[in-house]
Design a protein around this ligand. Structure first.
Ligand code: URP
Ligand code: ZN
Ligand code: ZN
Ligand code: ZN
Length: 475
């Protein structure tokens, strides 16, 4: 049955206006004033914003890591995402050296199929470049629609790739139209600092932060940016946490390097002191890169406002405190890295960003949805509200007051890192391709209805010519 969303304030990355949206067969078929359509189910959005569904470009669901497996799988994780206003995720497909890429992709499909309640795509990890990987890559990009490649510059002896692999991945990505993503930290130096700390008996969670200083995130970011310039390729830096990394991205962009940066709510909201919480509670706040001293938060907000950072990922990688984070008691390097954020990403940015006057409403939509759709080959099917696009929509109450808490969240994990933080704004109703997933704050979706998204290649999707020569620049 067609649906008519009436009287909402429609917000995209460029516009804000009152209007009605007609949905037919999962797509937006009309937008207009005072639409009347015989037989359509009317959904009243009076007093609410209607946003495009959020796009989370960075999740880890059902992922083995740190001697355990993440607490959220594709069912619990996408359900929580939907509660939070996110209708598309792009999850990281891990690979192993020597194993064919397509086998890893099959493994990831098997994790998601029959479980996801919203649409999803995959990024593909590149651990090393071999003849076999080179032979398989075009198929992954063009046939499988996996148009972004992830290289880890940290997690030595686990995920870390060397600089040769990064450089060759950048070259291949340029050739085939993929966007390279990096986790930018200097894994070799971190490995040494961890050994040194443990030998000195420094085992508490705070040493996780102290052995991964911001200077080496900046160093790795600069290195990756320079290799990208050399390869004349394109780069997306995930989970930027600090001023040094922002500076490197800004500098490279100003030199014409095609570089993009993502930050995450945890780096905007929480700081290094959280790792000092007593009774091992600091383990709840172990992410890599780590939470930074508070001063870095201003640099991140400014970068979002000025466009030096363009997206917000959740980096959702949830581990229970009991039995999982606890694996690192007595040795901080064994604490599984990561935390839960898939549900709160969207509303935190609205509350802390828009409500506190740090970004505009249009910037909010761009950061939480549109920019990721453009960068990752989903626009205009996803990431905006336009005729012909998927009806992925969030009806949002901008005045709802609530407190983030493990008591009320829907993530399958026993703590919330934002516990007790009061925010304003809440998704009320969420639609994925025209079907209700959340209705009046209740889950009404179905596991398995989320579809895998074959994404378009990167080339030409985001850059519209040099502004000095009359083009629009990055759009
Ligand atoms: O601590 C984190 N960020 N865990 C997830 C894996 C990664 O590095 O993104
Ligand atoms: Zn190709
Ligand atoms: Zn990472
Ligand atoms: Zn991550």
């Amino acid at each position: 049955m067609s649906k008519l969303i009436k009287n909402g304030t429609i917000v995209t990355a460029s516009d804000i206006y009152q209007g009605d949206i007609l949905i037919e067969q999962g797509k937006i078929s009309q937008i207009g004033k005072s639409l009347h359509v015989e037989g359509a189910e009317v959904v009243d959005a009076t007093g609410h914003y209607v946003f495009p569904g959020g796009i989370d470009p960075h999740t880890h669901l059902d992922m083995p890591f740190g001697g355990t497996v993440t607490a959220d799988n594709f069912e619990t994780g996408t359900r929580a995402a939907a509660f939070g206003g996110t209708t598309t995720i792009i999850d990281f497909c891990l690979t192993n050296k020597g194993k064919p890429l397509h086998e890893s992709v099959q493994t990831w499909h098997a994790k998601a199929e029959g479980k996801a309640v919203i649409d999803y795509g995959f990024h593909l990890m590149i651990a090393e470049i071999t003849d076999e990987v080179l032979a398989e890559l075009p198929q992954m990009i063009h046939d499988e629609g996996i148009t972004s490649l992830k290289v880890f510059m940290a997690y030595k002896n686990v995920f870390q790739a060397d600089d040769g692999t990064l450089y060759r991945t950048l070259l291949e990505a340029k050739k085939h139209g993929a966007l390279v993503m990096v986790h930018a930290e200097n894994g070799d130096v971190i490995d040494y600092l961890i050994k040194e700390a443990l030998e000195a008996g420094q085992t508490d969670p705070i040493y996780h932060a102290l052995t991964r200083p911001s200077v080496i995130e900046g160093e790795a970011t600069g290195r990756a940016a320079k290799l990208t310039g050399m390869a004349n390729s394109q780069l997306y830096v995930v989970h930027v946490t600090c001023e040094e990394a922002v500076q490197q991205i800004t500098e490279a962009r100003n030199k014409g390097v095609d570089i993009w940066g993502e930050t995450c709510p945890q780096y905007l909201m929480l700081d290094q002191t959280h790792l000092e919480k007593p009774d091992f509670e600091g383990a709840k706040y172990v992410w890599s890169p780590p939470l930074r001293p508070k001063e870095h938060q201003d640099a991140l907000w400014t970068a979002l406002k000025t466009g030096q950072l363009q997206t917000l990922g959740s980096d959702h990688c949830s581990f229970n405190f009991k039995g999982q984070k606890e694996l690192g008691r007595g040795d901080f390097s064994r604490i599984p890295n990561g935390g839960p954020c898939i549900e709160d990403r969207f509303s935190i940015l609205f509350s802390e960003g828009v409500k506190k006057g740090r970004i505009t409403l249009n910037q909010f939509v761009d950061i939480v949805a549109t920019r990721s759709a453009k960068l990752f080959g989903l626009f205009p099917q996803k990431g905006t509200i336009a005729v012909g696009g998927d009806a992925d929509l969030v009806i949002f109450d901008p005045e709802a007051e609530r407190t983030l808490s493990v008591q009320t969240h829907h993530m399958n994990v026993d703590y919330n890192p934002f516990e007790g933080i009061a925010i304003t704004g809440e998704p009320v109703t969420v639609l994925s391709r025209g079907e209700f997933v959340i209705r009046d704050k209740q889950f009404v979706g179905q596991p398995g209805t989320g579809q895998f998204l074959k994404r378009k290649t990167y080339k030409g999707t985001a850059y519209a010519g040099d502004p000095k020569k009359g083009g629009a620049g990055y759009v």
